[in-house]
Design a protein around this ligand. Sequence first.
Ligand code: AMP
Length: 398
Amino acid sequence: MKILVINAGSSSLKYQLIDMDGEVVVAKALCERIGIDGRFTHKTGDGRVVTKEVAMPDHTAAFEQVKLALTEGEGKVIDSLSEVSAIGHRVVQGGSKYDKSVRIDAKVLADIEGYSSLAPLHNPAHVQGINAAVAAFGKDVPQVAVFDTAFHQTMPAKAYMFGVPYEYYQKYGIRRYGFHGTSHRFVSARCCELLGKPDGKGTRIITCHLGNGSSIAAIKDGKVVDTTMGLTPLDGFLMGTRSGALDPSVVTFLMEKEDLSPEEMDNILNKKSGMLGISGVSSDDRDIAKAVEEGNDRAKLAWDMRTYEIVKYIGGYVAALGGVDAIVFTAGIGENQIDLRREILSSFGYLGLKVDEQANDCRGKEREITTADSAVRAFVIPTDEELVIARDTQALIG
Ligand code: AMP
């Protein structure tokens, strides 16, 4: 069975075609600059690459390119679209209603659209992606929504409520939702297997998804009890270009002093802050690490701020969980940034955690990075959100 996994953004569309017999990626691609000038890159599992500049005025046009790339020309991987059994969509915001993946019908689609006020950059694009997929593949191909927020729905109210008047929760759904749930779910489930407790019972795990966007989750008995991202993916700690949590007065103060509109303020917090804003160098961690090595003080400050904030969150979650069995690192930075992992973990010597320096010297591979006598275990576990989406899709279509 082949499943197409779609991640539709406002001006991009990523896909993976996964053959569920062996869970092999048959092809993956990125349609960029939709509605601008259009760039398309399609790679097959056996190493063929097709790139082209092609106008894609909207998501429907992007899906036309997807269809062509899969079935024709140099990157062809299937004879006909009928080989695609189902389509799984990444959906960022599923609100309080969706605590698991679902088959998409008119009601689900309306809900996804309805949550657009909570995720204005993402949910409208998902709706466009779903509609374009129906137009391209027909109504009979089942479609499934896999929500970034779903895995975090087990959080208790004391963790997900914000201390603003309760009526705003009732009126607008203002609360912590958490994101990257698909990734936290995948790596925590794998961690439970590595701990020899595949059902998760009796486990206390802290998962650190550290990428361009980053979040940490505290997971007890396989269920999330707290996470760093909030109403939107802006909350938490310093990310590539996002500020993470700060004194809310900073926002009103700056809006007043700089005469900023809500949109301008949002842009500063989401696009100009974080590692980029503090360092003035880059949002990319490799550039920051290089600048630190070269003695750039602001890059070093950004690096140290982030490490400190991560350590504080992990420490808080150790308390929330009543101890910790394992800490997991994943995503671009978590899987590859050896020095950052060492710095973070060395703060937990007081818990009896001992880093295995040699084991930690690894990138992008599953590995236990603590010593055999460490009281708390730590792992690098590469994430695979597309595979989770494909598995959920397969499970839901039966
Ligand atoms: P993601 O959002 O998960 O794709 O992660 C993107 C981040 O991972 C960027 O800041 C990259 O600099 C960082 N990253 C990716 N590969 C490496 C690597 N080999 N070493 C250090 N950082 C990396």
